[in-house]
Design a protein around this ligand. Structure first.
Ligand SMILES: Nc1ncnc2c1ncn2[C@@H]1O[C@H](COP(=O)(O)OP(=O)(O)OP(=O)(O)O)[C@@H](O)[C@H]1O
Ligand SMILES: [Mg+2]
Ligand SMILES: [Zn+2]
Length: 539
């Protein structure tokens, strides 16, 4: 009988578990020193190894000849636990046994010493599903556990576990598995199964699975069902995702404002049963890559794609302004959110693409900003001004003048601050502004694009100046534009009741003098795992 891959390759010892050293190394070390807790809590996202590790742990603490913290998997105990003939290791699915009576039964039984093993182990999966009464019953035993009992609780939803339970357990956090780690595991399994799996295909499967090993192995299974030679094309067909080529084509069409070309590509994808929500997600991910390329010094390591695709993306990124890209990402995210409620995802996708191709259909501030930046670029490149362009320029400026104030009334604040000494003086007396986040929230209501540029920045107040500390080019750019400045000043006034002059806390020159300004940030992002920067978040 065919056994699905994710069951067949369930890790049997800690060393088989990939990407979770914070759990496996810790447990092995403790077991080596014969330290066994009476209650463990395994938490983290789906398909990352919680149940597998619970089983391994139940073997390791009972194994007759453990090897360096791992169970031997050879002795009678290990084998009995593996084939389910030893009744001292009990697995309970709290999703279907969540009542107080289920827990009472368990507790009564736990008073007896185990039949064969040293410890009787209760693995309670999906423990967040227990009723309040059941939690309370469990709590008493957790407070004074019999010596021969070990509880292993597992859950994806740690926030639903009462604090009283949490404080009595040793908590171990499972992380989403990094794309590199997961793709190596896929290669390993494909090798054992005599399947050819290209490196790119393995990376693609791992990245679509979003760090979930079970999903990755299921997808590999389905791909193998189609073809023994698993290539990126097979993966794309199986997972219903668009080819990179289609993504590049749609992006080009958006740049060329070629609505019919974009709609045609979408139509083709639709008729080959591609999922429109996934397409939306992929497009957003593509524009995220473009955004990183435009804002970071060394974006390569944060962008998971082949070198060839990366080079094409770099070329494509030169066509767009940052305002455009932020606007596209925002629109695509909105669309993705709407899709779950919409009857026809295709129509949602098409409407959005039409809007992206023709931002004049859209009167959000984000879209207007993106149009202004296009005009600026055109002017900079020496566009020929005809009556038509003048007319259109006038329309554009009429559009924003309502949201804008008379330029002449605002002091040019940033230019005052180019004087280094003055800025240094201001900084000496500066204090951190506590309400800055609130200001950013306010800006978000007026313009998501402008607020995005200020996300994560700090602001300082010094006299009647408000100095914004940033390392991102886009923020400097936003600060240069009077329309943006006025929006920001207005929002500051709403929050503080006072009008401030705006300026940067550190000049670009000062920042440039430092080392790679984003190295630190990149390190942090990398340590969080490769999914933490996803721009698309389904509801
Ligand atoms: N860290 C891992 N290393 C290797 N394989 C893994 C890992 N995590 C999961 N798997 C694979 O996925 C399958 C499911 O894993 P497991 O049941 O342990 O996940 P889980 O965290 O308990 O998921 P859930 O939260 O959905 O219960 C395993 O049989 C195994 O094939
Ligand atoms: Mg599980
Ligand atoms: Zn053993």
């Amino acid at each position: 009988m065919y056994q699905v891959l994710y069951r067949k390759y369930r890790p049997k010892i800690f060393d088989d578990v990939v990407g979770q050293p914070q759990v496996t190394v810790t447990l092995k070390n403790e077991l080596n020193r014969s330290r066994v807790s009476h209650a463990y809590l395994f938490t983290g996202s789906r398909g990352t190894g919680k149940t597998s590790c619970a089983k391994i742990l139940s073997k390791a603490i009972n194994c007759l000849s453990p090897i360096n913290g791992n169970p031997c998997c050879e002795c009678d105990i290990c084998r009995g636990i593996d084939n389910g003939t030893i009744t001292d290791v009990v697995e309970i699915d709290a999703a279907s046994n969540n009542g107080v009576d289920n827990i009472r039964d368990l507790i009564e039984e736990s008073a007896f010493t185990p039949n064969i093993t040293k410890y009787r182990v209760y693995i309670i999966d999906e423990v967040h599903m227990l009723s309040m009464g059941a939690f309370n019953a469990l709590l008493k035993t957790l407070e004074e556990p019999p010596k021969h009992i070990v509880f292993i609780l597992a859950t994806t939803e740690i926030h639903k576990i009462p604090a009283t339970i949490l404080s009595r357990c040793q908590r171990l956090d499972f992380h989403r598995i990094k794309t590199e780690d997961l793709s190596l595991r896929l290669k390993f399994i494909a090798d054992k199964e005599n399947i050819s799996l290209t490196d790119e295909a393995a990376i693609l499967i791992a990245s679509v699975s979003d760090g979930c090993a079970r999903d990755a192995l299921s997808l590999l299974d389905q791909c193998i069902g189609r073809n023994d030679n698993v290539s990126t094309d097979i993966v794309r067909e199986t997972a219903g995702i668009a080819s990179k080529e289609s993504i590049f084509n749609i992006t080009d069409a958006i740049f060329e404002k070629d609505t019919s070309k974009a709609i045609k590509v979408i139509g083709e994808l639709y008729s080959s049963s591609k999922d429109m929500a996934k397409l939306c997600e992929e497009l957003a991910a593509h524009f995220r890559a473009i955004m990183l390329i435009k804002t970071m010094k060394n974006p390569r390591e944060l962008i998971i794609m082949t070198d060839n695709d990366f080079n094409n993306t770099v070329n494509q990124s030169k066509k767009f302004t940052l305002e455009d890209v932020v606007y596209y990402i925002n629109s695509l995210q909105d669309t993705y959110g709407r899709m779950s409620r919409s009857i026809d995802k295709r129509i949602e996708m098409e409407m959005t693409i039409i809007k992206l191709c023709a931002p004049e259909l859209n009167d959000t501030t984000a879209s207007i900003l993106s149009r202004i930046s296009k005009l600026e670029l055109a002017v900079k490149n020496g566009v020929k001004v005809t009556n038509n362009t003048l007319e259109s320029l006038k329309n554009q400026s009429d559009n924003i003048s309502n949201k804008n104030v008379d330029e002449s009334k605002i002091e040019d604040t940033t230019s005052n601050l180019t004087d280094d000494d003055k800025l240094k003086k201001l900084r000496e007396n500066a204090r951190l502004m506590g309400d800055w986040q609130e200001v950013i929230e306010q800006i978000k209501n007026v313009s998501p694009v402008v607020s995005a540029a200020f996300e994560g920045t700090k602001a300082y107040i010094s006299g009647n100046y408000l100095l914004i500390d940033t390392r991102l080019d886009i923020t400097f750019e936003m600060l240069r534009k009077s329309a943006n400045k006025e929006t920001i000043r207005q929002c500051i006034e709403n929050v503080t009741g006072k009008k401030y002059k705006l300026g940067p806390y550190r000049t670009k020159e000062e920042l440039a003098a430092e080392e790679d300004p984003l190295a630190d940030l990149k390190d942090k992002i990398n340590n969080l795992g490769d999914v933490s920067l996803e721009v698309v978040s389904p509801e």
